[in-house]
Design a binder for this molecule. Structure first.
Ligand code: ADP
Ligand code: MG
Length: 317
């Protein structure tokens, strides 16, 4: 199969939302009036971000999901994507499943694949996503204000717990692994939440590298500190039985791949945010407060400050 047959068969779909999609030297996109374009790229390297034998359907999903999550964190509506693929060979069964996983999630979000590049080489993929956000309305990392509540969507640490099991660092019961694995392989990007938070949140980020690391980016960009109540952190039923152990704490505070949104908003927005939570049927939990200074303090239930070791940090840095 030639490169062009491959592109035509697996990666060419109708793109009514673009002036011109796959097939020319460049795609043509028309930005809606009054909107800005949010652009983000994420690369997934075999062996680093996923295992070489990863299920191709789930990989197609996840590769797009991590990009959609960046749009969510900006409050942007995802519109278009390009896909650069390096493949060891034209494995049609793999391509079929990969493209199905990609296009199923793309369809759910109205995202159109408008171009890309295909080469032979080690398995790598790189997606660039483009979305629209009303002028001036994007959520940034830099907007947190002293006194803001700190919020998190969904629950924390499930993906890291599943990964710890796959890496042999913990032995989960079969039903516990089954409950956590979808968070690792098929994360749900919080796109609707990001758009609902326009004009509501002061700052936002998606949790890809762990809560403390990603909240740390908000703090750095906003020149602020934070105080987090460990007991307030939302965890799944599965995680409840691990959260008092070092590994569980590490998953919750420093585990990657959650793709939840962490955002800050003034206290006056509490009711509005509860309404958004109900509308989206998505738990939104207040986990702490933005304070003056630079430090992020995590307090245990008894009010004591958790040490870095208790936070699981030393194992990650
Ligand atoms: P060029 O020679 O201009 O780089 P290519 O031959 O690489 O063009 O690609 C031909 C067309 O197919 C272009 O429109 C390109 O955007 C698109 N394309 C290539 N690979 C992919 C892919 N993996 N997914 C979607 N579109 C692709
Ligand atoms: Mg090319």
């Amino acid at each position: 199969m030639s490169e062009f047959d491959l592109i035509a068969r697996y990666f060419t779909r109708a793109t009514p939302g673009a002036v011109l999609g796959v097939g020319d030297d460049a795609a043509l996109l028309r930005v809606s009036s009054g909107m800005e374009v949010a652009v983000s790229t994420d690369m997934l390297v075999s062996g680093t971000h996923f295992l070489p034998n990863a299920d191709p359907f789930m990989l197609g999903h996840k590769a797009l999901a991590v990009n959609l999550s960046d749009m969510a964190a900006m409050g942007a509506q995802p519109r278009w994507a390009t896909l650069a693929l390096s493949l060891p060979d034209a494995d049609e069964a793999w391509l079929q499943k990969f493209s199905e996983g990609f296009f199923r999630l793309a369809g759910q979000h109205g995202v159109e694949l408008v171009g890309g590049d295909t080469t032979r080489g080690p398995l790598d993929l790189c997606i660039t996503i483009m979305g629209e956000v009303p002028q001036g309305a994007a959520l940034r990392r830099s907007g947190a204000q002293v006194g803001d509540d700190i919020w998190i969507s969904g629950s924390l640490g499930n993906a890291a717990l599943a990964l710890a099991h796959l890496q042999g660092n913990v032995q989960l019961a079969a039903e516990d692994f089954a409950a956590c694995a979808p968070f690792l392989h098929q994360p749900v990007p919080r796109v609707a939440l990001g758009m609902a938070l326009r004009g509501v949140a002061h700052s936002a980020i998606d949790v890809s590298d762990g809560l403390l690391a990603d909240l740390g980016h908000i703090l750095e960009c906003s020149n602020a500190g934070a105080e987090i109540a460990f007991s307030a952190l939302p965890v799944s039923r599965t995680m409840q039985s691990y959260v008092e152990h070092p590994l569980g704490r590490r998953c919750v505070l420093a585990g990657g791949d959650d793709y939840e949104l962490c955002f800050t908003a003034s206290v006056a927005q509490r009711n509005g945010i509860e309404k958004i939570s109900a509308q989206l049927d998505l738990p939104l939990t207040r986990i702490g407060t933005i304070i003056a200074g630079k430090r992020c303090t995590v307090r245990a239930a008894d009010g004591s400050v958790m040490t870095m070791e208790e936070q699981g940090y030393d194992h990650f840095r």
